[in-house]
Design a protein around this ligand. Structure first.
Ligand code: ATP
Length: 415
């Protein structure tokens, strides 16, 4: 396998772009380096999956990359990384004070347009914090499936470094299925993220360590018009008290104006020069890759189970207009008159083929809106004539709940 050795000076970063569906490995031969704040182990290859990665060193390092990359280059990243480290210092002091006073720690949100590095900075702050604390990472960006599948929002405690390949520690994720990869088709449902804020607050009341550790939230990149309204709503729902605006003067000015008088700090943060703009096509493919990863694992080495079930054994619901009528299908300017939070049943039909369905913890139809999901199944075959369907699931056996939620999220499995 092709391998290259790269030498990093102080404050330099090795930026590695890997083709989706392929992997390379990075080995720290000498010195010290980190990937989005997670220390790179010495002399042990770390797998880097398809995507864009940054290996940063404060004191210099020798890195060996094995495998074929699309692009690899070195750059100085002193300014942004020092700024992120300074923010970490402030947050650590806030956590100390919170622990001493028995109050909640910092609740931080990364905000800004798309492709400025919000999720990367969120990861860096969580990785820096997890050595002494257990911060909660929360992702409100429906588009990329930051925690599990796309079309979800969620929160997860970070009690160990975020692995470059495996991603977030997922023993205890709190995941809500929105069903669509954009909040614009049902903003009212997106606002229902209030329930996640309530869950996190309830947890804080019983878990002082988690409360003092605080929350780091990655928000979506839709920041104008209705998107700005959703952003303000999200900041309130999650009781955010530190807003880090990445690379957007106007948004910083707007938030400073609109949050004046509240106990919320609004700080500017610069974007790293390494952040890579992703095309709509790349985003679509990385979304598909996230769904594949959910069922097959990050390295494609897990075997999901195929099961067939009678439609009568489950109830499939949609929320709002659901899968049959996305906004884009309506005539321009026309809004769907349906109640955006109406829960209705989905009749068995071929429209369910290739759908990714959420397995809800909600026990009744009324509970579906406020319940998180246990996981997801992927419909691989629909046999309407015989009243049954076949699906893939990561776990064998009976589904944890018979209440399934359908949105517009579909996946075409390609090998
Ligand atoms: P969005 O809101 O649009 O999902 P974002 O603002 O959260 O995007 P990121 O996902 O953090 O941005 O970054 C965009 C891309 O750039 C990602 O693929 C990420 O891995 C990559 N990236 C971020 N920082 C660096 C860096 N310093 N060097 C190389 N790649 C980077």
């Amino acid at each position: 396998m092709e391998s290259q050795t790269h030498y990093l000076n102080n404050d330099e970063e090795l930026r590695v772009e890997v083709k989706l569906g392929t992997v390379v490995t990075a080995t720290l031969v000498d010195g010290a380096a980190e990937i989005f704040g997670a220390e790179l182990p010495k002399k042990t290859p770390t797998t880097l999956p398809g995507g864009k990665h940054a290996i940063f060193s404060w004191r210099g390092a020798t890195i060996e990359i094995a495998g074929e990359t699309e692009m690899t280059y070195t750059a100085n990243a002193s300014a942004p990384m020092t700024a992120y480290l300074n923010v970490d210092g402030v947050l650590q002091r806030r956590r100390e004070a919170a622990r001493a006073a028995g109050t909640p720690g910092p609740r931080v949100a990364l905000v800004g347009p798309t492709d400025v590095g919000k999720s990367s900075v969120a990861k860096i702050l969580c990785n820096y914090a997890q050595a002494r604390w257990t911060p909660t990472f929360s992702d409100l960006d429906l588009g990329q499936g930051g925690i599990t599948c796309p079309a979800t929002i969620g929160a997860v405690p970070i009690d160990r470094p975020i692995d470059a390949c495996e991603g977030l520690p997922l023993e205890m994720p709190l995941v809500y299925f929105h069903g669509d990869v954009s909040p614009g088709n049902n903003p009212t449902l997106y606002k229902a993220l209030d329930r996640m804020g309530e869950m996190l607050r309830a947890r804080d009341e019983t878990n002082a360590a988690a409360a003092a550790s605080g929350v780091v939230v990655n928000t979506m990149g839709w920041i104008d018009k209705a998107g700005y309204g959703l952003l303000l709503h999200a900041l309130e729902a999650l009781a955010i008290d530190v807003v880090l605006v990445v690379d957007h003067e106007k948004l910083h000015a707007e938030l400073s104006r609109d949050l004046r008088g509240k106990k919320i700090k609004v700080w500017k943060l610069q974007k790293s020069g390494g952040v890579v703009e992703r095309t709509p096509e790349f985003r679509r493919r990385s979304r598909d890759a996230r769904v594949r990863e959910y069922f097959y694992g990050p390295l494609g080495d897990l075997s999901p189970h195929s099961q067939t079930l009678e439609f009568g054994k489950v109830s499939i619901f949609k929320i709002g207009a659901g899968p049959s009528a996305p906004r884009s299908a309506l005539p321009i300017g026309q809004e769907s008159s349906a109640d955006p939070l109406r829960v209705s049943t989905v009749a068995p039909s071929m429209s369910l083929l290739n759908a990714v369905l959420g397995v809800s913890h909600g026990k009744t139809q009324a509970e579906l809106l406020s319940s998180n999901v246990a996981g997801f199944i992927f419909v691989t075959d629909v046999d309407v004539a015989n009243g049954r369907f076949t699906y893939l699931t990561p776990c064998p056996g009976e589904l944890p709940s018979r209440n399934l939620i359908a949105g517009t999220l579909k996946w075409i499995e390609t090998r």
